[in-house]
Write a protein of this length. Structure first.
Length: 219
């Protein structure tokens, strides 16, 4: 029996088979694609929350860091303010120092005005009494005169004539001089030689003034 089929029949069958295979391939492709999409969809759905949560956590961390930074920044500001306040307040307490200095100065002035005699010195007169004419003084065997031109220019000197050691007489206010009774030498109110035979002034004593009192070193 002859099973030979016409060429056209094979052609139609070939075309139908190709369409069938294409359809199967397309169906398989759609199924595979759907499976892949489903798998991707599942992965996306599962992963998405984690991806979304990460920014939220980062934002919270950033906010916390910002809050901590703000707190850290504010602390030095408070400390600085406190330090400035303390520094500003310090000069206010300096007033007692000024008061103490003034008090010390006043005490020193009072001591100078009413202090005791300097060591080794003897009181020989007062500024208030020896300002017009020389005033005589005597301490033991030492005699002399004291004269104050001013509170800062005071003369204390011996009454022994430098010519031959005689005692000069009292001061002659009308002639503004001392005269030695032995040989007639004359001296001024400060003890300087006005007329010979004496050639040197009446010997001076070192002196110090404390307030109104005149002290002289007599030995």
């Amino acid at each position: 029996m002859d099973h030979t089929e016409p060429l056209g029949s094979f052609t139609k069958k070939g075309l139908n088979r190709r369409k069938f295979l294409r359809g199967m391939a397309a169906t398989a492709g759609l199924g595979l694609g759907a499976g892949i999409l489903a798998a991707c969809g599942d992965n996306t759905a599962t992963t998405a929350p984690a991806a979304t949560a990460a920014p939220t956590t980062a934002a919270a961390t950033t906010a916390a860091a910002a809050t901590t930074a703000a707190a850290t920044t504010s602390a030095p500001t408070t400390a600085a303010t406190t330090t400035v306040a303390a520094t500003t307040a310090a000069p206010t307490t300096a007033a007692p120092t000024t008061s103490a200095a003034t008090s010390a100065s006043t005490t020193a002035a009072a001591t100078s005005a009413t202090g005791s005699a300097p060591a080794g010195y003897t009181e020989v007169g007062k500024i208030s009494a020896a300002g017009a004419t020389p005033v005589a003084f005597s301490s033991g065997s030492t005699k002399g005169f004291v004269f104050a031109k001013s509170a800062t220019e005071v003369f204390a000197y011996s009454n022994i004539c430098t010519h031959q050691g005689c005692e000069v007489g009292s001061y002659k206010a009308d002639q503004k001089m001392f005269m030695c009774p032995c040989h007639g030498s004359e001296y001024s109110n400060t003890g300087e030689v006005l007329k010979g035979p004496a050639k040197a002034r009446l010997p001076l004593f070192d002196n110090k003034v404390v307030g109104d009192v005149i002290y002289a070193k007599l030995s």
